[in-house]
Design a protein around this ligand. Structure first.
Ligand code: ASP
Length: 354
């Protein structure tokens, strides 16, 4: 029954969008000289389909890139667009392989003078991780903007169409050039390094804690107020050319009575560890003892959203402070770092610079 409803909704959506398709193709012609925006679609709730009107219990990653574009005819006024389907998944199924495909694709297309910028449609669960990975690995000053939605395309007042429209406007704007990888969500613009998902249900689900948004977008108007100061894109030292996988890093979350055996097990199955410690990266005496004995790189972050961890906070001399990177972002930097030198000095420098 549910499958039939989903199918019917898909057919209704595609039928409704056919006239829009023709309109978009006609209307876009006059703006080719301004350079096109490449939309790379990966799935998520923005491409999700469920029971008409409902916000929960839907299937993410159903609609294709073209179907997403046809639903927003106003995109034709914003910029000429070319769509590429990279995958169509729930973002919890995004892998390092998808990250490498995205980064290589952007690096390849960025040299084309007809390409003005990139928009990636993505599930919100791991959007911040993909954004930070790309922020460290794409080699272009052209805007790269991720967006998604909290409500599936079939819900009442779906947020995907507006987010997509605003993301394209930002990607087409000169204001976004050289700002590193961005996330546009609910009218706000965030830098990849500080952005994070902060709500499981609300349409204002993307935020950046004490670092805040760096700009806002109102219809087609893009206002940038800040620039990221940490190294990104063309300034980074990471070269992913030829890589088909990334080193494995596991994240261990500390809580009262957390089992230190998990550390031993994880250390045997990973190339590096990130600890999500309590407070300023702290953990129990039992954990200190085990971590002191580990011979793989260990980075200390916090389970607290805001704040910084410095070298002086570290409880174990063989570890590296994540500064103010979240555990999931510290894991990305460590994975990239481990494609090169694994020395403590090298890691300490990277965690201060990126
Ligand atoms: N689970 C979905 C995803 O990350 C949630 C979303 O897109 O909002 O793909």
């Amino acid at each position: 029954m549910k499958k039939l409803m989903v199918l019917a909704l898909c057919i209704m959506l595609v039928t409704a969008l056919v006239p829009v398709m023709a309109e978009t193709a006609d209307g876009a012609g006059g703006r080719r000289d301004e350079g096109k925006i490449i939309v790379l679609a990966t799935g998520g709730t923005i491409a999700g389909v469920g029971e008409a009107g409902k916000t929960a219990g839907y299937i993410p990653g159903v609609l294709t890139a073209e179907e997403l574009l046809f639903a927003v005819p106003q995109l034709a006024e914003a910029a000429p667009i070319e769509a590429i389907q990279i995958c169509n998944v729930n973002s919890d199924d995004i892998t390092a392989e998808v990250w490498l495909t995205l980064a290589n694709k952007i690096n390849e297309l960025a040299d084309d003078p007809d390409v003005k910028g990139f928009v990636i449609t993505h599930g919100t669960d791991t959007m911040e991780e993909t954004a930070y990975f790309l922020n460290l690995t794409v080699k272009t000053n052209k805007p790269v903007v991720l967006t998604g939605a909290m409500r599936p395309a079939t819900s009442i007042s779906a947020d995907g169409p507006m987010n997509l429209y605003e993301a394209v406007c930002v990607a087409a704007s000169d204001e976004a050039v050289g700002k590193g990888v961005l996330i546009v969500f609910s009218d706000r613009i965030f830098a990849a390094r500080s952005v994070t998902k902060t709500s499981t249900y609300n349409v204002m689900a993307i935020s950046a804690g004490e670092m805040g948004a760096i700009g806002v977008v109102r219809d087609k108007m893009v206002f940038m107020y800040e620039s990221p100061s940490k190294k990104h894109t063309t300034e980074t030292e990471f070269d992913i050319t030829g890589l088909s996988a990334l080193p494995k890093v596991s994240i261990l979350y500390f809580s009262v009575d957390a089992d230190p055996e998990l550390l031993r097990f994880s250390a045997e199955h990973a190339d590096g560890l990130v600890i999500a410690g309590a407070g300023a990266g702290e953990f129990s005496k039992e954990w200190i003892e085990v971590i002191n004995g580990l011979s793989i790189p260990v980075v200390i972050s916090s389970r607290i959203d805001d704040g910084v961890i410095t070298k002086d906070n570290l409880l174990c001399g063989n570890t590296v402070a994540a500064n103010n990177l979240s555990p999931q972002k510290a894991a990305i930097l460590l994975r990239l770092a481990l494609t090169g030198d694994a020395s403590q000095e090298y890691l300490e420098r990277l965690f201060l610079q990126y």
